[in-house]
Design a protein around this ligand. Structure first.
Ligand SMILES: [Zn+2]
Length: 389
């Protein structure tokens, strides 16, 4: 194993004391690096070991560092600094503590998912076939969104000793949710979910038209395809592939989204020389995501190895490794708490298997969420993987 790291929230490190927390993460548990949330979606976290008594942390989506305005001159979108920081800059202190301990610092950057940004910049948010704006997702095809996230990457890597950027959600919403209690009385299958997830914002329409795809015709046909669903019909039983194959323009429109995502990652790449790793989305079909289109424009992928059934996980991982060209370029992430990981031996086994298959960078999720027992599972998994190879 080349690198073991922990995903961390800055507020957890700050409340515990970054020196103490890093002594534990690096010294006791044995990780060499941390990935710190620099921008994050809204969160309500239960913190089992934050202080003397378990605590909760709640925040609207925000930037969890103090942005430098000069990095955002190419976009009208500005980061929204989290209110819990007040005038402090937690990233500065954490970076200093990492530097003094020789712990590498990764910047975990949530790109398009954020309710506060969607509320402040609604015309940059995704728009469905019925004209409804997303309240939680900015559109990756929108040039302002692209330059905003590229600005974040430039800001972070210019002003802090960042060893790698983790780009999460530089794509379309693959897990559509509004952060409100969702009320849908329709029978949705994978095809209907895809039709509802397609974005028809001005940027997506323009980009498709530029590629000689008739966006207006696709827009019309999506509404026609969804009419029976909205009338209460059951979901379609054909596969998504077969369904798209029956409507050439729709298929081209759905596939074109990967070009927008590639342009997005390329824009970030232009603003920083720091290695960029892209998180694989929960549902590539809904996200419009194709790793083969991205592999040349980033340094690798991060795969959350907990998300699916073993069979589909294996298939997706094989696809990522094929696109990346090597398992070494696919970093794997594991929960260190149940139910995604049942117990310590399960984590030890999973990490051992991953390292044996050539995945030399392993992430553990998440320092402030895991109970103390889960942190010990990670310590055992790291020790076992090191002894093994
Ligand atoms: Zn769009």
């Amino acid at each position: 194993m080349k690198e073991a790291y922990f995903w961390c929230y800055p507020w957890d490190l700050l409340d515990e004391g970054p020196d103490l927390a890093l002594d534990r993460i690096a010294g006791e548990i044995g990780a060499q690096s941390i990935s710190i949330a620099t921008t994050y979606h809204s969160v309500a976290q239960f913190r089992p070991h934050a202080a003397d008594a378990p605590a909760r942390f709640v925040s609207e989506s925000a930037a969890h560092f103090q942005p430098n305005a000069s990095a955002y001159s190419a976009t009208r979108i500005r980061p929204i600094p989290a209110s819990w920081m007040k005038s402090r800059n937690p990233l500065e202190r954490i970076a200093e503590c990492c530097r003094s301990r020789n712990v590498a610092l990764r910047a975990w950057l949530i790109a398009c998912h954020g309710t506060a940004l969607a509320a402040r910049y609604p015309d940059a948010a995704c728009k469905d076939a019925f004209g409804n704006r997303s309240t939680s997702w900015l559109c990756p095809a929108n040039p302002d969104v692209r330059e905003f996230v590229a600005g974040l990457a430039a800001d972070l890597t210019t002003n802090y000793p960042i060893a790698a950027i983790e780009l999460e959600s530089p794509d379309f919403d693959s897990n559509p949710h509004t952060h409100a209690h969702e009320k849908i009385g329709l029978n949705l299958g994978p095809i209907e979910r895809l039709l509802l997830a397609l974005c028809f914002c001005e940027s997506c329409v323009q980009s498709a038209n530029d590629a000689d795809i008739d966006a207006a015709a696709v827009h019309r046909s999506v509404r026609v395809h969804l009419a029976p669903t909205i009338a209460g019909e059951p979901p379609r039983t054909t596969t998504t592939i077969d369904f798209l194959a029956s409507d050439g323009a729709l298929q081209a429109y759905a596939q074109h989204r990967t070009h927008s995502i590639r342009a997005f990652v390329t824009a970030v790449r232009r603003r920083t020389k720091t290695p960029i790793f892209v998180h694989a989305p929960y549902s590539p079909d809904l996200a419009g995501w194709n790793p083969a289109d991205l592999a040349q424009h980033c340094d690798g992928f991060i795969f959350p190895a907990w998300t699916e059934s073993p069979d589909s996980r294996r298939a997706r991982l094989a696809q990522l490794v094929a696109a990346a060209g090597s398992p070494d370029r696919v970093h794997l992430g594991f929960y260190c708490y149940p139910p995604q990981t049942a117990d310590g031996p399960a984590l030890v086994r999973a990490v051992h298997d991953a390292v044996s298959a050539g995945h030399s960078t392993i992430g553990f999720y998440n320092y402030g969420i895991a109970p103390n027992a889960g942190l010990d599972w990670a310590r055992q998994a790291i020790r076992f993987a090191r002894r093994d190879r």
